[in-house]
Design a protein around this ligand. Structure first.
Ligand code: CTP
Length: 412
């Protein structure tokens, strides 16, 4: 039986920590879970405390930390903790912990909890490649997966010693994202609801050159657009990503087209948008460009000041995509705009939605350290029917998933 969660309290996560050196990375994961409103209780094994001590877990979680079933017995913690959890996440899951979990051995608080939890359970293994590949570990992982547990594949890379291979604990960001996804959907598997669809996503920020060394630009990193592209690929879509001035690895499986200025992005987007089922304009597009481009570097003439730079308006790519899509006989498509606002966010968002005429507008508040370049985002997604879907602060992937949920609902 799961206790009812008091109103206003975030999801309850039990963070099991195994005795592996990767325990240090889990401090960062704990931070992220706490900062995003989760209530986290850490249950380390005795050996986990050799790597990161009890005061660290207690201070970061704000909750008591015990490894044994023998303290606070009056509260029956070995049963109650598991029963009341919304998610159990074990990271790092050692070969020993996977074996105990697969065989139902319960010799400390964490392994007892694994037997009483009825919520989704995620294991994030970390160990040397030989241990991960050993038939005993393979069999234990298969057993856990057959019971519905999520066992995340370890990452490949540098291990504890000088050697490299499969067995690294994935980065805290990836674990955080996996935790949110399992809390949200009960599993890591994504619906293939974009299979057979072609989507176009723009990302990054356009730049307008002044001379060969200077430009007018903006702070967009492209992280949100790339997250949209990755999640669309994962949900089965054919993805064209039109990227401007980003320094991010190409999302696997997406067709990446590079652009620099607004006019280059416009040409790249319009070339593919007509046949697409969805167009998501996540890029921050420069509204103006210098009327003249100086082909030689503008020199500083002491005391003379700088000649004014005259700006002319750029094309509005989103408006052009909407215009083309509303023409008679056009391929039906869902068009999503983004609105970056620094103040009166919702009011400007509603006005922008009406002005742009798109199907959905993702409105986020931006600032120097807010959203741009940050791994997380929060937004309100507006529709012309007056709906406002509030997406609380979470990863950019989580926001991307909500965008695709709303897009697929409209495509249906
Ligand atoms: N956009 C576009 N072409 C432009 C400007 C913006 O396609 N020339 C798109 C952006 O990709 C985004 C949406 O329009 O999806 C809104 O961008 P934003 O910069 O917030 O709005 P603007 O129309 O530029 O309005 P303002 O600068 O007044 O806020």
């Amino acid at each position: 039986m799961t206790d009812a969660r008091p109103a206003g309290e975030g999801p309850r996560v039990l963070l099991g920590v195994g005795g592996g050196i990767a325990a240090y990375k889990v401090c960062e994961l704990l931070r992220r879970l706490k900062e995003s409103g989760h209530r986290v209780r850490v249950i380390p094994t005795r050996d986990a405390l050799r790597f990161v001590g009890e005061p660290t877990w207690a201070a970061l979680s704000g909750e008591p930390v015990t490894t044994e079933v023998w303290s606070g017995v009056q509260d029956v913690p070995h049963v109650r903790l598991g029963q009341g959890a919304d998610l159990v996440l074990v990271a790092p899951a050692t070969a020993d912990l996977l074996a105990k979990a697969a065989h139902g051995i319960a010799d400390d608080l964490l392994t007892n909890t694994l037997l009483t939890a009825r919520c989704p359970v995620v294991f994030a293994p970390a160990m040397h490649t030989e241990m991960w590949e050993h038939p005993a570990t393979r069999a234990n992982v298969a057993t856990l997966r057959s019971r519905g547990c999520v066992v995340i594949e370890p990452a490949v890379g540098r291990l504890t010693g000088a050697d490299s291979g499969k067995g690294r604990l994935p980065d805290p960001d990836a674990l955080f994202e996996a935790a949110l996804r399992v809390l949200d959907r009960g599993s890591l598997a994504l619906p293939q609801d974009l299979a057979g669809r072609h989507v176009v996503v723009s990302a990054g920020g356009t730049r307008e050159p002044i001379d060969p060394v200077r430009f007018i630009g903006n702070r967009s990193s492209g992280l949100q657009g790339y997250a949209l592209a990755r999640t669309a690929v994962a949900r089965g879509a054919r993805v064209t990503l039109v990227a401007a001035n980003t320094a991010l690895p190409d999302p696997a499986g997406a067709d990446v087209v590079r652009s620099g200025s607004t006019r280059e992005m416009r040409d790249a987007v319009l070339k593919v948008a007509g046949e697409a089922d969805a167009v998501v304009m996540a890029a921050a597009v420069a509204d103006f460009r210098p009327a003249e481009y100086e082909s030689a570097k503008i020199k500083k003439t002491a005391g003379a000041g700088l000649a004014p730079i005259h700006l002319v308006e750029n094309p509005d790519i989103l408006a052009e995509v909407v215009h083309a899509a509303r023409a008679p006989g056009a391929h039906p498509q869902v068009i999503v705009g983004f609105a970056a606002e620094t103040h009166d966010v919702l009011e400007h968002g509603r006005q922008k939605l009406a002005r742009k005429g798109c199907d959905l507008l993702v409105v986020n508040e931006v600032g120097e350290s807010l959203t741009f370049g940050a791994p997380d985002n929060a937004a309100v997604i507006l529709s012309p029917e007056g709906e406002a879907v509030d997406v609380p602060r979470g990863t950019k992937e989580a926001l991307a998933d909500v965008v695709w949920d709303l897009v697929t609902a409209r495509l249906r």
